[in-house]
Write a protein that binds this ligand. Structure first.
Ligand code: AMP
Length: 563
């Protein structure tokens, strides 16, 4: 049976080939040959789908299909129960492959398939769009129906990749950077131009289409687009202010590093939209920020960046979580904005009245920002060559309850999405605790056979219990995880799905940024950004840090912060 446009099957087969190809260049050639033969519409879709994305980065649409919903639909189609599904998952290690396996076992599905028209790339994408766009009352049922219709027409292989697209699961190592190379190769343009255009527009599909249609000339016309959020520039960590200053050639700008939520704000006339660090629109959660920018910013069109912090009655910043809570809350905003006032401090300017500013040096951007900021405060800054002055400023930042300082190269341009050394962050030293592993979970992706996520607990000498205060999956090398998996399996007491409860025997030293309030744990506190530093073979579980010590540490944080 004939289909309109290229079949989705071809795209799936390409992804399978990528999974079994390890050479970078071979992968790029495979993809660029594929892209070349697509229509413009297909090209925009495929350049995202292949790297595990349904929509461009700036696009706010989301599928909002949970793993549970997916399981439900799949169980219905293939007629299996939870146990069979879980078994398939454990055999294959990822959701997409499990679905393929289950589809293959179902002969009646295969026969039904022969009767239907094969799916095209554009049809699959339209289906996914329809799922994302189902909103409001009854939307979950509607999403399920669309998904079911789509999957019932899919072959096992196609089902695998539809599921992977929905979950954002990707096994092959072909990511965004390689896709940029494949697009460049397919349409014979320099890869730097593709990267630049992608960085500015956050829309790889648009970039690929432009490269195909208008080559270099078209690409060069692409710039920062209002209401297309850019990926944020990121900072590297260094241990001391002196080191940071040295790295920037002896002179730099030091800014307070506020511990809140990063916001990128786009303004065009009266229209203001606010995006989070992950480019999610949070405009409706922060009406006071919108109002302040709409009324205060002296620019017709601008893209500015800043940090939103929650401020206590004593004028000190509150823990970071309180801001995050505000970002997540869309309903009840009126009530909540009274409860936790949010204050915006600006630190960068990316676009102004039709002109992109990211190529200007830091000093120029800061000066322009000061000119247009109006009533909105900027983060505190000093420009200095003097190490002891820099150290005093760092101390002042900590005393005021902030996280530390950002040390910025005076001549640096703004590089979206890049974690470089032009911005260096210096924070107070990491805190550490010796904690006991009481449970572990099998990991994701290539770690699916390893127990790589650990539940960490502090000792309570009064009850003899170990109380969990966090979960951690970073810090150990693959060899250490392998070793840990073997040890933990010996200590296993019970299994709960992919989680294994173990005897509390292994002590690890854990570094973390701070303790935060948590309703999930009995102790009421949780580790923020935990990382295993080493396995403490020398310590018994009873020698681990106590819950009492954890609570004292938590209280101590509030000497400098507001509650
Ligand atoms: P980190 O999340 O530890 O990598 O630190 C980078 C984050 O610090 C940024 O994403 C911002 O949210 C935040 N931040 C706070 N103050 C500043 C500042 N003055 N300049 C840039 N980023 C800042």
């Amino acid at each position: 049976m004939k289909i309109d446009g290229h079949s989705f099957k071809e795209l799936c087969e390409l992804c399978e080939k990528l999974e079994s190809t390890s050479s970078r260049n071979a992968m790029i050639t495979l993809v660029s040959d594929f892209l070349e033969k697509l229509s413009l519409g297909e090209l925009a879709i495929a350049s995202n789908l292949i790297i595990g994305r349904v929509f461009p980065v700036w696009d706010q649409r989301e599928l909002e299909v949970s793993g549970a919903t997916l399981v439900k639909v799949i169980k219905r189609i293939v007629g299996v129960d939870d146990r069979v599904f879980l078994k398939a998952f454990n055999e294959t290690g990822d959701f997409g492959s499990a679905v393929k396996l289950l589809f293959e076992r179902r002969r009646h599905l295969r026969q039904a398939m022969l009767m239907t028209k094969p799916l095209s790339i554009e049809e699959v994408h339209r289906g996914l769009e329809a799922i994302a766009e189902a909103k409001g009352a009854g939307s979950r049922k509607k999403k399920e129906r669309i998904l079911e219709a789509l999957l019932s027409r899919a072959s096992p292989l196609e089902a695998k990749y539809i599921v992977k697209a929905i979950l954002g699961e990707r096994r092959h190592g072909f990511g965004e950077a390689l896709m940029e190379e494949a697009v460049a190769k397919a349409f014979n343009v320099p890869v730097e131009e593709i990267r630049r255009a992608n960085m500015l527009t956050s829309d790889l599909g648009l970039v690929a289409r432009t490269a195909a249609l208008e080559q270099l000339q078209g690409l060069r016309r692409l710039g920062v687009m209002l209401f297309h959020p850019l990926r944020p520039m990121l900072a590297e960590k260094v241990e001391t202010v002196a080191e940071a200053l040295r790295e920037h050639g002896g002179e730099a700008a030091l800014e307070y590093k506020l511990d809140g939520a990063r916001l990128q704000i786009h303004k065009k006339g009266e229209v203001v939209k606010v995006y989070s660090r992950h480019l999610t629109e949070v405009t409706d959660s922060l009406p006071e920020v919108v109002k302040e920018v709409r009324e205060g910013l002296r620019a017709q069109e601008a893209v500015v960046e800043g940090e939103a912090v929650a401020i206590g009655e004593d004028g000190r910043p509150k823990p970071f979580q309180q801001v995050m809570r505000r970002l997540r809350r869309v309903k009840l905003v009126e009530e909540k904005s009274e409860e936790i006032p949010i204050k915006l401090y600006l630190f960068d300017l990316l676009y102004l009245n039709g002109e992109r500013k990211i190529d200007e040096p830091y000093m120029r951007r800061r000066a322009l920002l000061e000119e247009i900021a109006g009533t909105i405060p900027l983060v505190e800054v000093i420009f200095t060559k003097n190490v002891s002055e820099a150290e005093d400023f760092f101390k002042k930042a900590l005393e005021a309850g902030h996280e530390g300082v950002m040390v910025k190269d005076l001549t640096s341009t703004y590089t979206p999405g890049v974690r470089g050394r032009k911005w260096l962050k210096v924070k107070a030293g990491p805190l550490t605790l010796d904690l006991v592993i009481v449970a572990a979970e099998y990991g994701h992706g290539y770690r699916y056979k390893w127990l790589s996520d650990y539940h960490l607990a502090a000792y309570n000498p009064a009850t003899g219990e170990f109380e969990v205060i966090g979960k951690c999956f970073t810090g150990l090398t693959d060899d250490e995880i392998d070793y840990m998996t073997r040890r933990l399996k010996e200590l296993a007491i019970a299994e709960r799905g992919r989680m294994v409860l173990v005897e509390p025997r292994i002590v690890v030293e854990v570094g973390f940024a701070e303790l935060q309030e948590s309703p999930h744990y009995k102790a009421g506190v949780a580790l923020r950004f935990p990382r295993i530093l080493r396995i403490r073979e020398d310590k018994s579980p009873q020698e681990a840090d106590t819950i009492d010590k954890v609570k004292k540490l938590y209280e101590k944080q509030f000497k400098l912060k507001s509650r």
